[in-house]
Design a protein around this ligand. Structure first.
Ligand SMILES: [Zn+2]
Length: 234
């Protein structure tokens, strides 16, 4: 049972897009989890076994209550009935109130497919007759992590206090970002850190904080008290 579940295509995706938010929610007392759809077996470096071990270490950095992997085919993720059903059954079991999915447009096909799969599986999970042996559950809210989408976010979460730990979680993927990966074509850690800090700084700047993570919601955001609105206009 989780409050917040992030669904991602690959291990190390949430560490780049919404890990600060997951960490922040855990510190607010919510149960946060991650479900990676593939084990990154098409990655140039490392193996699925190594990636999964690194994902576990990153999960500890992010204080996740739970992390799982569906082992769907990496780099050729497809929105099949079987993939939707498997994901829907996990959502029924985990019962998150809020789900974070990748934004529906992306360079990497796995990322937008993961967003599409997440949407459809969340819907299916709420159908009573989907599976008589399990309780239906439809998450209340589905939000999209839009960090790499270059679209105006619906809102930005302040992750100034979480950013360094999110970077530490990303660097748990030593096969991708470790010293061994630095020889050859992969950029070094300082370069990677600067890249991520620039992006987080850009989104943080939109809401007047140091570091932020952007999200898109399809529905209009509701406000009950306009006096409490943040982010200065003038
Ligand atoms: Zn990815």
């Amino acid at each position: 049972m989780l409050d917040l579940l992030a669904i991602a295509a690959h291990p190390d995706d949430v560490e780049q897009t919404c890990g600060g938010t997951l960490l922040k929610m855990t510190e607010l007392g919510y149960r946060s989890g991650v479900l990676d759809l593939t084990a990154g077996d098409m990655g140039t470096r490392g193996s699925p076994e190594v990636r999964l071990r690194e994902a576990e270490a990153a999960a500890r950095e992010l204080l996740l209550e739970w992390r799982g992997n569906l082992h769907l085919p990496d780099a050729r993720l497809e929105n099949t009935l079987s993939a939707r059903m498997t994901l829907a059954m996990e959502i029924r079991r985990l019962r998150p109130r809020v789900v974070i999915a990748p934004y529906w447009e992306a360079r990497h096909p796995d990322h937008y497919r993961a967003g599409e799969l997440a949407y459809e599986a969340c819907f299916l999970a709420g159908l009573k007759k989907l599976d008589p042996a399990s309780e239906p559950h439809r998450p209340f809210k589905l939000i999209y992590s839009s960090l790499y989408a270059n679209v105006t976010p619906s809102f930005v979460v302040d992750i100034s206090a979480e950013f360094e730990r999110r970077m530490a979680a990303l660097f748990c993927y030593e096969s991708q970002y470790g010293p061994a990966a630095e020889s050859g074509d992969f950029p070094d850690r300082e370069e990677i850190r600067e890249r991520h800090a620039s992006i987080a700084r850009f989104y943080g700047n939109l809401i007047g904080v140091r570091y932020g993570e952007p999200f898109v919601a399809k529905e209009t955001m509701r406000v009950d008290d306009v006096m409490a609105l943040g982010v200065r206009s003038l």
